[in-house]
Design a protein around this ligand. Sequence first.
Ligand code: GRF
Length: 209
Amino acid sequence: MTFVSTDRAFRLGVLGSGKGSNFVAIADACQQGRLAAEVAVVISDVPEAGILEHARSRGIPAQYLAPGKFRTKLDEAAEHEYVIALQRHHVDLIVLAGFMRIIKSPFLQAFPQRVVNIHPSLLPAFPGLFAWKQAWEYGVRYTGCTVHLVDAGVDSGPILGQRVVEVRPNDTPESLHARIQVAEHELYPSAIQEYLHSGRKWEGRRLVG
Ligand code: GRF
């Protein structure tokens, strides 16, 4: 898949549940021209999430959308609301930035190959929650972060980019996570830029051309 360039900037729809440091890195990159795109809307499933505050302080439309009755995914009605809201903002790419719910196939079918995520490990190692803690407990010498397309599995879609972070002997899970986040803030905007603008094609899990 490639993105067809238009006479307007690519529009990103960012979903997040937490403090929003990756959103800030992406919005900064857009402002500074390192990422040729604009954040069209930020949506959160947590009304008091920091990501909404960050968006509002930058004048970017930000809204809470109720997730429905489940804890780890959106229910059907909520998923529909999310899709409608993102379509209303004419987004080209959905950027998951700490969104703590699994995205199911009706949502993915509405935006085929247009949902990306960042995960705090070198996938396919340590999918799932608290990946930095999993890596620290396992005792790996290197971990990092991965930007990938979202498919129907958990942290399993084709990989767009990775950064390596060394585990230091005196690290705690928290100090390791802090350095992984620094790497995330560099990786995420540049991986999105490459996905939108390189004109390179994806066949299955592989980048060709
Ligand atoms: C990041 O560590 C990301 O890898 C994970 O959720 C965290 C979000 O952090 N998916 P923030 O809200 O962007 O600060």
